[in-house]
Design a binder for this molecule. Sequence first.
Ligand code: KPL
Length: 306
Amino acid sequence: MTASEMPHGGKIAILGAGAIGQLFYHQLSAHGLAPVLMTREASAGSQALEFTDLNGETIKRQAQLIDKSALASCELLIVCVKAYQVEEALQPLLGALSADTHILLLHNGLGPHLAIAPHLAGRGLSLGTTSQGALKLGRWQIKQTGAGLTQLGHGLGPRLTESLRQALLEAIDDSEWCEPILPMLWQKLAINIAINPLTAINGCRNGALIEDQYRPTILALIQEVLAVANAEGIALEQDRLTERVYRVIQLTASNYSSMHQDIHHGRQTEIEAITGYLLSRAAVRGIDTPANEAIYRQLKSLEQGG
Ligand code: KPL
């Protein structure tokens, strides 16, 4: 069977070939969905990829890289770039998509969907989050570093077709469709707010946050998320959220968080879509968030080389 003869063959494009984009590429490919990849820098053609799964088994695949001109036939565009790149990466492509291409945003943090919404021109938008861990070993070589839940759900406009929805849920390990999705995204936001900046500032793995010295800060950060989320009409429960944060710390104990990795490699972080999003919503709601403000300032100074 050629890619175009497979169900959805060539119809799912993944924008962004970082660790998570490549991880989804491999998971969808393993289920015969024949996705294609699009990146800003690589031109159209064939590209050898290498993937090491959680059992240490290495699988090689030949990926089809596409450029903008191939987007017209795409039914679903999965956007796997960093939160701060979403608007810039997606806006110039919207005109090349068909009127009914569905878009799925998968990134840490919240906010880009609000910027994208006015430009969808009637296209459907789904939102998602994943706690799966992956590490780039080379430009086209990744290793899965942790299993984790992937939650997807409807955002705006026309819904993702049932057949694409089923295909995604079957292909992505431990994934679920959530309605409404926003409370799940807020939960993940809380996890990233509690873990990511602290690991970057203290230069530690996620697991180090289990130590008692970090507990008062983590609890204060979570408390402020709860206050802002509740003001936004998202009901989160303190004990369950705290328990979830600590479960993720344990499950990903040996990982360096994405923000730690960004700081370590001198890259821009996702702080604006994580703590920054909370602070912007807190300002709108008139809620004090001193713990998050302090962490935000420290992280920004670190990001600027301070
Ligand atoms: O999402 C993550 C990240 O690093 O961005 C967690 C869940 C904290 C895992 O490291």
